[in-house]
Design a protein around this ligand. Structure first.
Ligand SMILES: Cc1cc2nc3c(=O)[nH]c(=O)nc-3n(C[C@H](O)[C@H](O)[C@H](O)COP(=O)(O)O)c2cc1C
Length: 325
């Protein structure tokens, strides 16, 4: 399959693994890139810009294919030296960056000056158009289904993707809710140039998280995610566990919720410990509605090969038959 995105990113298949806090380590990014997709290291998973430089070097030892780094610009408990992370990315010779969260404009002169292709992840058409206007090379359009931060508009990909196709000139990835070949074929049909997946790549053999977390997601249905932080207007879609439930109960109490009211439950370090130790109620973890479509733990190679083969078959046989009569 060739699309504007496979050409611009120099990859074989139009499948990208989105940045994932605590999950986007070299093992996963390299496995995705080796399988012909685009693997992405998560910048802020590394405790310092120096550690990110080392992680990039470690990933290079595992793959000679292109891979990217995600830079997520979001409110954090501890201040983050974003400029230094951005410089570490550029100085390491990375040529593709996924930005997300806030407007990436302050970082574009640095990235563009170094010949970096910038993919900005957006949850709305207005933000996608802004990304195009300020000079991003492509966007990932994250629908309401997605894991992590879907924004506050609650528009699903069935609407966002055709709108993006009508309005954007730059290529875009469909993100949120994708996990199989049907999804890839549908994304391409709706005008996207490829798909970006988070949750589906968490449930692969190479994802560096505890087997219990992967198995829990295999056993889950499409109803097993919760939207927390709605009251803070910083909505996040996470796996429905007892901690997410407690957060929702606090948010439902009368009066304004303050982040301090829930901070101890949702600390990032607890999420990391959950992934490492497999205690499923240690903290919260991002997960998308696509958990309902996940029923195995393949290697990244098996997953990507299967998705592409299934999509190709749908396009060249099922859909072709419908129009050839
Ligand atoms: C565990 C996890 C952590 C994530 N962390 C980040 C992050 O740090 N930065 C970011 O831009 N997106 C993050 N995401 C979102 C993904 O990059 C991607 O946009 C999203 O998962 C797409 O939806 P899907 O899960 O339905 O495929 C995360 C997703 C998951 C599942």
């Amino acid at each position: 399959m060739q699309t504007r995105i496979t050409e611009m990113l120099g990859i074989q298949h139009p499948i990208v693994q989105g940045g994932m806090q605590w999950v986007g380590l070299a093992e996963l990014a390299a496995a995705v890139s080796n399988a012909g997709g685009l693997g992405i290291l998560t910048g802020l998973t590394q405790p310092s810009p120096e550690d990110l430089v080392k992680e990039i070097a470690r990933c290079r030892e595992m793959t000679d294919k292109p891979f990217a780094v995600n830079l997520t610009i979001l409110p954090t408990i501890k201040p983050v030296p974003y400029e230094e992370y951005a410089r570490a990315i550029v100085d390491s010779g990375i040529k593709i960056v996924e930005t997300a969260g806030r407007n990436p404009e302050p970082f574009l002169p640095l990235f563009k000056g170094a010949g970096v292709t910038v993919i900005h992840k957006c949850t709305s058409i207005r933000h996608s158009l802004k990304a195009e206007r300020i000079g991003c090379d492509m966007v990932s359009v994250d629908g309401f289904e997605c894991a992590g931060h879907p924004g506050e508009d609650d528009v699903t990909n069935m609407i966002l993707l055709p709108l993006a196709a009508r309005r954007l000139k730059i290529p875009f990835l469909a993100s949120g809710g994708f996990g199989d070949g049907r999804g890839l074929a549908a994304a391409l049909a709706m005008g996207a140039d490829g798909i970006n997946m988070g949750t589906r790549f968490m449930v692969t053999r190479e994802a560096p998280i505890h087997e219990k977390v992967k198995q829990k997601m295999v056993d889950a249905s499409e109803l097993d995610t919760s939207l927390i932080y709605r009251s803070l207007r910083n909505t996040a879609r996470v796996f429905k566990n007892s901690i997410a439930q407690q957060v929702l109960e606090i948010e439902a109490q009368p009066g304004d919720t303050k982040f301090e009211d829930i901070q101890s439950l949702v600390q990032g370090v607890k999420g990391r410990e959950l992934f490492e130790g497999g205690d499923l109620d240690k903290g919260i973890w991002s997960a998308g509605m696509v958990v309902g479509l996940i029923d195995d733990i393949p290697t990244c190679e098996e997953l990507i090969t299967r998705i592409v083969a299934e999509a190709e078959q749908i396009i060249s046989e099922r859909l072709a038959r419908m129009v050839s009569a």
